[in-house]
Write a protein that binds this ligand. Structure first.
Ligand SMILES: Nc1ncnc2c1ncn2[C@@H]1O[C@H](COP(=O)(O)OP(=O)(O)OP(=O)(O)O)[C@@H](O)[C@H]1O
Ligand SMILES: [Mg+2]
Length: 413
């Protein structure tokens, strides 16, 4: 029974496939290799790490901890988050030492639900810009004190770095770069110092490479081995659709599953789940249990590319906006639109656009290479000899639908 999920990370009976990736990451962990997990948005990075940790939890000699830095604004916040998430792994004595005395007294009376918020609040008062490095060192020293290997998964590190760099603004301030460098150096030093006892797995919904490249900090992550999570193959996507269909007592014939894969082109797990959800809803409303090619076509055009799909697209793009800031985001949208119109973003089209930006004295002109780098790293574009083209059929059709362009029919529909 595979339960459908559209949106949040999945594990256990909602998690499908990825056995090879889990096995490979397990090996990385056993070798003590620090890993940077990269992939396009919604590929299932967070789910993969969560499922990996779930499996590792029972292993003798291994402790795991998952830290989400989505809301962290600065290094002190990051230390607080690691501290909160790893609380159960550390000794009571140490916990008492690192937090204010009042905190302990409070802990005894805190209701379980509010415990982490309360703890975060008090730790935040104790850890600040002047002492985060010392506190962080002590925290990681304490975490690695025992004989167990500690696997520390850090999700959304690129978002924190982007925030430190104030990624939304066009002008990069030297002190922001220095602050990002300071945090990444601290991170790297600890990764090296505790190698063999502490194993980091870093991931995020945006790629860290272009962000670091732009400010000349690429070397900061070179103690991490890159692990790229790829889309599902057509056969895996088709098996996932069949498994979901069986769980919900509907039938998706092979040709319907083929159409789903043809439309998506790149079988990003979230898009596969979205497609199944759209089909399932249609069948439920029509009180039917077998999907036709017409159902697949209408689910794609009317749901995935319709009003509902537009919300998904906005959500998909919100990280792009976050990393690029409003001006560069506009540049990205224009490049995506040009690629969708022409089926390919040719070098000439980029030059023409640059000329337009230059003529308007738009400072965003200089950011074209960075924007293209982000679009390529985040999986929007594949770079070919003739130009950039969309990797995902859905992403391309979203852009076409946005411009009112017709959606190509598929053979057989
Ligand atoms: N192994 C999987 N089995 C089934 N569904 C999956 C799997 N991995 C991802 N999904 C689908 O993708 C969605 C997003 O998963 P997840 O949050 O792990 O992706 P992500 O790559 O971390 O996304 P983001 O880029 O936003 O951080 C899930 O809600 C689910 O629909
Ligand atoms: Mg994620």
């Amino acid at each position: 029974m595979l339960k459908k999920t559209v949106g949040n990370w999945v594990d256990g009976d909602r998690f499908f496939n990825r056995e090879d990736e889990i096995a490979a990451l397990r090996e990385y962990v056993q070798d003590g290799t620090h890993t940077l997990l990269t992939a396009q948005r919604r590929m299932g990075k967070t789910s993969l790490v969560r499922e990996l940790l779930r499996g590792l939890n029972g292993s003798p000699g291994i402790k795991t901890c998952f830290v989400d830095l989505e809301d962290a604004r600065d290094p002190a916040d990051a230390i607080v988050e690691i501290s909160v998430a790893s609380r159960s792994l550390r000794s009571i004595r140490r916990r008492a030492l690192e937090s204010p005395r009042a905190l302990l007294a409070r802990f005894r009376n805190i209701q379980v639900g509010g415990q982490y918020e309360e703890m975060r609040f008090h730790l935040r008062a104790d850890i600040h810009v002047g002492n985060w490095k010392r506190k962080g060192d002590r925290l990681l020293r304490d975490l690695t004190r025992g004989s167990d290997l500690v696997v520390l998964a850090i999700d959304e590190l690129p978002l924190l770095i982007n925030r430190i760099l104030k990624g939304r603004s066009d002008r990069q301030q030297a002190e922001d770069v220095a602050a990002a460098d300071e945090f990444l150096s601290w991170f790297r030093r600890n990764a090296q110092e505790h190698r063999g006892r502490l194993c980091f797995i870093v991931s995020g919904s945006v790629g860290i490479a272009p962000i670091l490249r732009r400010v000349g900090l690429s070397a900061a992550m070179n103690v991490f081995s890159n692990f790229e999570l790829k889309p599902w193959s057509r056969s895996t996507a088709s098996e996932c659709l069949a498994a979901l269909a069986a769980s919900y007592h509907v039938h998706l014939p092979r040709e319907v599953r083929d159409v789903v894969c043809d439309r998506l082109r790149s079988c990003i797990p979230h898009h596969v789940q979205q497609f199944f959800d759209a089909l399932h809803r249609r069948l439920t409303i029509a009180r039917r249990s077998e999907a036709t090619l017409e159902d697949a076509d209408r689910a794609y055009r009317e749901d995935m590319l319709g009003a509902r799909g537009r919300i998904d697209m906005d959500h998909f793009e919100d990280r792009l906006k976050l990393v690029l800031g409003p001006n560069r985001f506009t540049v990205a949208l224009e490049l995506l639109a040009r690629a969708a119109r022409g089926g390919l973003l040719r070098p000439q089209s980029i030059k023409d656009y640059r000329r337009i930006l230059d003529a308007a004295h738009d400072p965003a002109a200089d950011s074209l290479p960075f924007v293209l780098d982000v679009l390529e790293q985040d999986g929007y574009f594949d770079k070919r000899r003739e130009g950039y083209c969309f990797t995902s059929g859905l992403l391309e059709d979203w852009q076409r639908a946005r411009q009112g362009l017709p959606i190509h029919p598929l053979s057989g529909t």
